[in-house]
Design a protein around this ligand. Structure first.
Ligand code: M6R
Length: 597
């Protein structure tokens, strides 16, 4: 949530900052601003998108500056509340991602000392605090100011009294520095700077960096020098571009055959599955995650219990600490997250630190905060820019299948023959996803028929139940249609009351133990007037007799077909939203990475 950027180098800062902001816009898009250092600081900001900002900003000279794209927390979306925020004399400008928890108290003190505030934000206390304590050195003043602040921050500050520097600091919000030959970049996440450099330094909590033309100097908040590794990001810069697709979401849906190939690469052999981390044996597994990643976790429960016979609990990360979880050293906690920055998932991982149980994370973004708190299995989906998670979800499902097989083998719950058969099936997934994508026009045509509906229900059984939840989430987040997913067996316990004449219901009716029961459920809702869109296997000749429309997936092992159904549901949501003219990559009120609780 919120993207901060910065640049210092030999080129004009303005076009670089605009480009970085556009690349990070998925982190927040209700207002944006830049501050460029020339002899004084020039600040331009506006409510709206980065394009709106570009249209109101004149050509500015200067080779360093900072920028921000906002997702409002404290104060409405407006140009006053947009960052950068400045002190009274406009000699200091700050961009910030995070929350200053004690800002009310700090603001009152600063007002009593004569400072005048121009916004409703928590962030504005920072430039005033730096101004109040300015000691002719930006770095040490920022350090001093931060000692008075409680909360989370990734921030960048510039001062016209110290014009050849940008000072950045991090606590509980992501921040990465990109190192070019003579240019330095600052961004909230790596996909922003990939076009410019693959050499990065991830700042840790409690670290301050000073960027100048001489290089980058990093210290702790208490002033100790820190030697940091320069890491090389292997992601292809092109993977963060739209490459001719109308939306990032569509591009990312179509990337899935390659993504799954990459997720599996080097992890399957004639001996079975070899994930790079030694997965500890456990009496019980607790999976914790949010949103789409939580749905992947629910799927994980089905496959791990089935193949490895280990009991699995799946917990919503934002509730984890309130459960006061009973975990001990016999338990294995697995966090699932695309971004590796979700505040609630991160907090849950830290909660586990206190409990001393074993843990690891299934994560997509290298170098992200969560990766530094645990061992990790990377999903290798590449940068996911669309706010609606797509390829990250199927890659999480793929990793969970690998994990289930590995655990099943280690615990001797799967025979070698069984493992080999399953690995053979896993190797077919990419090709089958490609087949689904080749038939996308059928899903598009179906989506266009139903695009005006104001409600949808999604139902599935077994491992298809989490996929029904995910199908509903995809549709609601990008098309704003009320959509609910539920396990079909629960129909008679409540959801049946929602059925009325003409309501569209998506029923995942693929081959598996619950197939006949699903047909029974479809009959029940049809009898009450629902229009049913069935997702079924290619070879299913029965389904046509039960449903109004069929979306086909290739025949596949029932533990694998959820990946294929997921792709159909992603396409369905995409085409419905497109038909309704929605801003697909920038859904209302949402942002990609939820770094505040
Ligand atoms: O980065 P994470 O996987 O931790 O994010 C969790 C959720 O915020 C995320 O999956 C969200 O629900 C997506 N917008 C869904 O498309």
């Amino acid at each position: 949530m919120c993207g901060i950027v910065g640049y210092l180098g030999s080129s004009s800062a303005q076009p670089v900052l605009f480009d970085l902001l556009k690349r990070l816009e998925y982190r927040g898009y209700d207002s944006a601003g830049i501050a460029i250092m020339n002899e004084s600081i020039n600040v331009f900001k506006t409510k709206g998108s980065v394009d709106d900002l570009i249209s109101v900003t004149p050509d500015l000279k200067g080779c360093s500056g900072i920028g921000h794209t906002r997702w409002a927390t404290h104060g409405k979306a407006s140009s006053e509340n947009a960052h950068p925020h400045c002190c009274d004399t406009d000699k200091i400008a700050v961009v910030h991602n995070g929350i200053i928890e004690n800002y009310i108290e700090l603001r009152e003190k600063l007002i009593n000392s004569g400072h005048e505030f121009r916004s409703e934000t928590d962030t504005e206390v920072l430039p005033h605090l730096i101004e109040e304590h300015y000691n002719n050195d930006l770095e040490s003043t920022v350090r001093h100011a931060l000692s008075m602040v409680r909360g989370s921050y990734a921030l960048a500050a510039i001062s016209s009294n110290d014009p050849d520097k940008i000072v950045v600091a991090r606590k509980d919000s992501p921040l990465v520095l990109g190192l070019g030959e003579t240019d330095f970049f600052i961004a909230s996440d790596v996909s922003g700077i990939l076009k410019y450099t693959k050499n990065v330094i991830f700042l840790n909590d409690g670290e301050i960096a000073v960027i100048s033309h001489d290089g980058v100097k990093i210290t702790t908040l208490s002033g100790k020098t820190v030697d940091k590794n320069i890491e090389t990001i292997e992601w292809d810069a092109k993977s963060a571009e739209k490459s001719g697709y109308a939306h990032f979401m569509l591009k990312e849906i179509f990337e899935q055959p390659n993504v799954i190939r990459e997720t599996f690469s080097g992890r399957m052999s004639s001996e079975g599955v070899n994930l790079e981390v030694a997965v500890p044996d456990a009496r019980r597994i607790i999976i914790t995650a949010c949103g789409t990643s939580y749905h992947a976790g629910l799927f994980g429960r089905y496959v791990i219990e089935r193949f490895a016979r280990i009991p699995v609990n799946v917990e919503i990360a934002s509730e984890f600490r309130y459960i006061n979880p009973i975990v001990d050293s016999n338990d294995l906690v697995i966090a699932i997250t695309q971004s590796g920055e979700t505040a609630d998932t991160f907090a849950a991982v830290r909660e586990v630190n206190l409990e001393k149980s074993q843990k690891f994370s299934i994560v997509n973004v290298p170098g992200s905060s969560i990766t530094r708190e645990s061992n990790n299995i990377f999903t290798r989906a590449g940068p996911e820019i669309g706010v609606a998670a797509t390829k990250s979800f199927t890659s999480q499902l793929a990793v969970l299948l690998l994990l289930a097989v590995q655990l099943g083998r280690v615990r001797k719950k799967m025979s070698t023959a069984c493992v080999n058969d399953f690995v053979y099936e896993l190797k077919q997934i990419s090709g089958k996803i490609q087949q689904v994508l080749n038939e996308a026009h059928h899903t598009k045509e179906c989506a266009q028929v139903f695009a005006d509906s104001d409600q949808f229900l999604f139902m599935g059984r077994g491992a298809n139940y989490p996929i029904a939840l995910e199908g509903a989430l995809k549709l609601k987040e990008i098309s704003y249609i009320k959509a609910e997913g539920f396990p079909a067996g629960e129909l008679k316990h409540g959801p049946l009351a929602l059925i009325y004449d003409g309501i569209p219901v998506v029923a995942i009716a693929t081959e598996g133990v619950a197939y006949e029961k699903m047909l029974g459920n479809i009959k029940e809702i049809k009898a009450r007037g629902a229009i049913v869109i069935g997702i079924a296997n290619e070879s299913d000749t029965e389904i046509k007799k039960y449903v109004d429309r069929v979306l086909r997936i290739p025949d596949a092992n029932p533990w694998i077909s959820p990946l294929l159904s997921s792709v159909v549901l992603q396409l369905f949501a995409y085409y419905v939203a497109d038909c309704r003219g929605c801003e697909i990559d920038k859904p209302r009120n949402l942002a990609k990475s939820v770094t505040v609780e």
